[in-house]
Design a protein. Structure first.
Length: 229
């Protein structure tokens, strides 16, 4: 996928879903956004990202999911397996199809099955290592599994192919902040985003993130982020 493609759901045959499945997926996607501080998908267009972030709260490591009924892991796994099944069937006939591998990874990413998503993203990147959208999503999936170091390494590798990719820079800054409490690096990353993308639609949101991160400026790097008051 490219940056010009909107970050719409990758699930197929939506019209065949039950209302319960559709509602459950909507809740899942909401929780994914809240839990990670509204990370931007690697293939999301700048305009779509700006529209999404316009109404999104600044991330804080608090109990952001309060009041939202979380689907069970079994429910999320079932939905992902069901939606991935036809794609996996196609993959058997074309195992090196990077697009199919990416789409399957997206299915499991959206259902919060991050280790499985990472596996398919890795396979896609073996075919197309310079796909910065896939690598950014894989890095974010690593973050969701609790591996901030792997996330940062993959964000940096994505930037080696596309140094000024706004989505990668945006997400990297969040992990540097909330994952490593390295405020200087996070702010520098976001500043690079603004400097290299002067027309970035979500500039105000980035500036807000920078201001919030600076509230932790006295915290030693490597400390786990705490809820902002």
């Amino acid at each position: 996928m490219t940056d010009t493609k909107q970050a719409t759901s990758t699930f197929t045959s939506f019209e065949q879903w039950t209302s319960v499945q559709a509602y459950t997926l909507a809740v899942i996607c909401l929780l994914v956004g809240i839990a990670g501080g509204w990370f931007i998908r690697g293939s999301q267009s700048p305009a779509a990202a700006a529209a999404e972030m316009a109404s999104a709260p600044v991330p804080a490591m608090g109990n952001a999911n309060a009041g939202v009924q979380t689907p069970t892991p079994a429910e999320m796994q079932k939905i992902a397996d069901t939606q991935a099944l036809p794609l996996i069937a196609k993959l058997k006939a074309d195992p090196a199809n990077a697009g199919l591998l990416e789409n399957i990874g997206n299915v499991y990413y959206d259902a919060q099955q991050f280790p499985t998503a990472i596996d398919y993203y890795q396979r896609a990147l073996k075919v197309q290592p310079a796909n910065t959208g896939v690598r950014t999503d894989m890095a974010t999936a690593y973050w969701y599994t609790g591996n901030a170091d792997a996330a940062i390494a993959e964000f940096q590798k994505s930037l080696s192919y596309e140094p000024n990719k706004p989505n990668t820079l945006f997400n990297l800054g969040i992990v540097q902040w909330q994952g490593k409490m390295d405020i200087d690096k996070a702010v520098a990353t976001w500043q690079k985003l603004l400097d290299t993308n002067p027309n970035y639609e979500a500039k105000d949101k980035v500036l807000e993130l920078m201001a919030q991160a600076k509230k932790h400026s006295g915290v030693k790097p490597g400390t786990t982020a705490k809820p902002l008051q």
